[in-house]
Design a protein around this ligand. Structure first.
Ligand SMILES: [Zn+2]
Ligand SMILES: [Zn+2]
Length: 168
């Protein structure tokens, strides 16, 4: 099996410390600015090497998607050119955007083997509704910062501004 990231275009090394949990309740797709791997463990919140748990074709899809998703997160953090960050915010807020539709497709594939939720990188709106199905999201404890979750759509949103999901 290949290793992440040397053989995957645009991939960055898995950040240390990486997840070493014997069992994982759930995976998190996406998450934070400057991530190495787009997959994290919801127990320890550290990154997981996708090649350890997913088939190679899915790892390739994940690498291609994260290349784009991470670039959009970078643009979101762009402070010199406001137009870029506004564009990036719209991409992440709009569930029909290309990056989000691809994420949902990946989510479906990953969920055939592992429970996985998507953290796009934008905060929840004040009404607390799911950006996809519009139903009320529920507060979930046990995260480094308070989050809202829609278990039907498998979406996770932090309750305040730009997410920086790190180990507690
Ligand atoms: Zn872990
Ligand atoms: Zn939903």
């Amino acid at each position: 099996m290949k290793e992440w990231p040397q053989d995957y275009f645009g991939a960055r090394p898995v950040l240390e410390p990486r997840c070493t949990c014997a069992s994982r309740d759930r995976l998190i797709l996406g998450a934070v600015v400057n991530y190495g791997s787009p997959l994290r463990c919801s127990n320890c919140f550290n990154e997981i090497d996708p090649t350890e748990i997913l088939e190679e074709w899915l790892v390739s899809s994940l690498a291609a998607w994260s290349h784009i998703h991470r670039a959009i997160l970078d643009l979101l953090m762009e402070v010199q050119e406001e137009a870029y960050s506004e564009w990036a915010r719209r991409e992440l807020e709009t569930m029909a955007s290309s990056v989000n539709r691809s994420a949902i497709r990946l989510l479906e594939q990953i969920n055939r083997s592992y429970g996985c939720v998507y953290w796009s990188g934008i905060a929840a709106t004040v009404d607390g509704r799911c950006p996809s199905c519009q139903s009320l999201m529920t507060v979930e404890k046990g995260w480094p910062s308070p989050v809202l979750i829609c278990s039907a759509c498998r979406l996770v949103l932090p309750t305040s501004s730009v997410s920086r999901l790190t180990s507690a």
